[in-house]
Design a protein around this ligand. Sequence first.
Ligand code: NDP
Ligand code: OXD
Length: 317
Amino acid sequence: MREKPAAGRILLSITGMYPQRWYEMLSKARSVVLEPEGEEDPTIEYAVVWKQKRGVLKRLPNLKVIFSAGAGVDHLLADAELPDVPIVRVVAENLAQHMVEYISWRVLDHHRQGITYRAQQAQKIWHEPPQPPANEVSVGIMGLGELGGAAAKALLALGFKVNGWSRREKRVEGVSTFHGRDGLTPFLNATDILVVLLPLTSVTEGVVDFSVLERLRRDGRLGGPCLVNAGRGRLQKEADILRALDEGVLKEASLDVFEQEPLDPKSPLWTHPRVFVTPHAAATSDATHLVPLMLEQIEAFERGEPLKNVVDRAAGY
Ligand code: NDP
Ligand code: OXD
């Protein structure tokens, strides 16, 4: 094992995820602390955080880089006292693979009438509903970034038509792309299954509301549009989703993320017959795969190389 340097210690501040594996993995290379020592701790140069304890980062006068333990950084940017140092977020094949699995699973389940078949099985009904092929169904991905882009590739390989919506103009092979406010309506109008993989920012908060769901294609081959949200819960308005389901605007939904997590036991989403709930588990950050990437970045940074996957604070992601 390598010598642990006295300086360049790492603060690990993780809540809402198990910190043990992060601690074990980081400790193989560096001295790791769970709390700064004293009012100000000058020995800590890096922080690895997920929903960090409020105020902990401002006690680190020599902090050089903050690593988010996840791809999203809304948990970090919500800290009003966040020090002005670069924030590096997770971009990793392992995470993208998990998200691709989740999105492919949910899209295929809606496409192949999983909810209908499970209801039929419960009543021992032998009936085959009409089943269009994938190339007659359009999946629209809101957020065509690292994860949305990987999902688009997998969905194209399954034969779906794929639309993508991003903030800036973008070209992705095989994908019909739309961007910005002006691109939203044509994107929604051409979409049967809406996949949400946006970051939560001041602009995207609440974007998945009734008016968005209402613009999805109603006369597509699936008999009604479906929603899959694996981005963030506060992107969606849950009352609007329930209304859209109950008014026939939306056929089905798969939700991995919620306005409040854990989802309140009283939420009607738990028991709605056309909603599939998972507990923010679409693509969980795995320390075994992610810590080596963080340590590589620290070493490269100390050799004077630029950091990768740095968050644009002004854009909020
Ligand atoms: P990226 O930053 O790579 O991609 C974000 C995409 O969203 C980009 O295409 C970006 O547009 C687009 N976007 C951002 N703001 C807007 C806007 N105002 N209007 C239109 N498009 C916008 O992020 P990732 O793909 O790595 O991750 C996406 C999100 O997935 C994370 O922020 C996180 O919240 C969530 N996530 C959820 C997990 C789970 O388990 N449920 C696991 C991991 C991540 P542009 O290309 O123009 O920049
Ligand atoms: C993430 C997440 O943002 O796990 O990485 O939600």
